[in-house]
Design a protein around this ligand. Structure first.
Ligand SMILES: Nc1ncnc2c1ncn2[C@@H]1O[C@H](COP(=O)(O)OP(=O)(O)O)[C@@H](O)[C@H]1O
Ligand SMILES: [Mg+2]
Length: 362
């Protein structure tokens, strides 16, 4: 199997602006480095336009970096002939041949190699692992397949080629929520049975958590942090990662340092790192589950109460003065909109960020 290494890759595009006479240079990728261990799955997570597709296309060899290198094991991608790269790709729209039955699409690569007799067995194996009847889809053309079925055919096509590397670009983003949840569980089972080195681009954090061993969070052409979902959730390196990862979103509270303690508008008195000067601006990040009911804590008005059945808790929206934040409480907690409740932070659930740079400082 293959280890993928991306070394300091930078890629610019020239875009025309205004009436088309002017161009500007956009850094789609800015010094990106990462490694995907053989047989593991890396998710690339980030907002639209941050460079995910460009990175995947560079790794596929469809786009050429301005500088930096991409290695498959120890070989530079540029030195590996196209037919030996062994890349399986699945795009957002499936990109199936419109006039071909699924059978032909899935078996084409094997047919080229005079091995089409192996196709039915592979289709049966994929059906068995995913628990979906792929064989029923085989006689159909793309116009006779739903969005979810097209993506299953595209994944089967990629898998029957024995890829060394599997690249996915938001393959389920056009499916509705329920279909998407099922499709990602099927894909997870497939990736478990066929442990191909994979990169999975998405803007959906649940998808990244479900499918990937590690997640790279991207912003504006750069990788902000790579780690397991636990690393990203419990040890975000900056405010972007902290606020991008986690639902409901982390609460942020602005404040300043006063004699080694953090003081905000409503909350305060929390001890912080000893080397910060008085007056330093520090933003506290506190996840909703780290705001705890406390009789002698800060008083706030309950603005809304939202039940989360699956987790058996209520999400409360609170306000006091100019601040607004969220907390979770057990579903049996008697709490009404408009009432006042008291709370404090769990000292173990406080993340400190430099308010100016957004970088984590404690
Ligand atoms: N072929 C292209 N020509 C010009 N600009 C491009 C091209 N492809 C991507 N870009 C620009 O590069 C940036 C990253 O795009 P992309 O990689 O598609 O992001 P994402 O997949 O995260 O939405 C965007 O600003 C986009 O407009
Ligand atoms: Mg994209």
């Amino acid at each position: 199997m293959t280890t993928i290494t991306v070394q300091h890759v930078t890629k610019h595009f020239h875009q025309t602006i205004g009436d088309g006479t002017e161009t500007r240079k956009v850094a789609a990728l800015d010094n990106v480095s990462l490694k995907v261990a053989s047989g593991s799955v890396l998710a690339i997570l980030g907002p639209s336009g941050c460079g995910k597709t460009t990175l995947l296309r560079c790794i596929a060899g469809l786009e050429h970096p301005d500088s930096g290198a991409i290695l498959y094991d120890h070989a530079d991608l540029r030195d590996i002939p196209l037919q030996e790269r062994g890349i399986g790709m699945v795009f957002q729209d499936g990109a199936l041949m419109p006039h071909w039955e699924a059978e032909k699409t899935v078996g084409f690569f094997m047919w080229l190699r005079h091995r089409e007799s192996e196709v039915p067995e592979r289709v049966a194996r994929i059906s068995q692992i995913t628990g979906i009847g792929l064989d029923k889809l085989m006689p159909r053309k793309p116009s006779q397949l739903s969005g979810g079925e097209k993506q299953r055919v595209a994944i089967a096509r990629a898998l029957t080629r024995d890829p060394k590397v599997f690249l996915f670009d938001e393959p389920f983003s056009s499916l509705d929520a329920k279909l998407r949840a099922n499709a990602r569980i099927e894909l997870k089972k497939l990736l478990h049975e066929f442990p191909v080195t994979s990169i999975y681009v998405t803007h959906d954090q649940q998808e990244a958590i479900t499918l990937a061993h590690r997640i790279a969070v991207m912003r504006a052409g750069q990788i902000e942090q790579i780690g397991t979902y636990r690393d990203l959730y419990y040890n975000p390196l900056n405010l972007f990662v902290a606020t991008f990862f986690g639902t409901p979103t982390i609460n942020l509270f602005d404040g300043v340092i006063q004699s080694h303690h953090w003081q905000g508008e409503n909350f305060g008195g929390y001890p912080v790192r000893g080397d910060l000067d008085d007056g330093t601006g520090v933003t506290l990040g506190v996840r909703p589950e780290a705001v705890l009911l406390s009789d002698d804590g800060v008083a706030a008005r309950v603005e809304s109460v939202i039940p989360f059945f699956a987790e058996r808790h209520l999400l409360l929206e609170l306000t006091a003065g100019r601040e607004r934040w969220h907390m979770t409480v057990p579903e049996s907690t008697p709490v009404k909109v408009g009432s006042t409740i008291h709370m404090a932070f769990d000292p173990d659930g406080i993340h400190c960020f430099d308010s100016k740079t957004g970088r984590r400082i404690g």
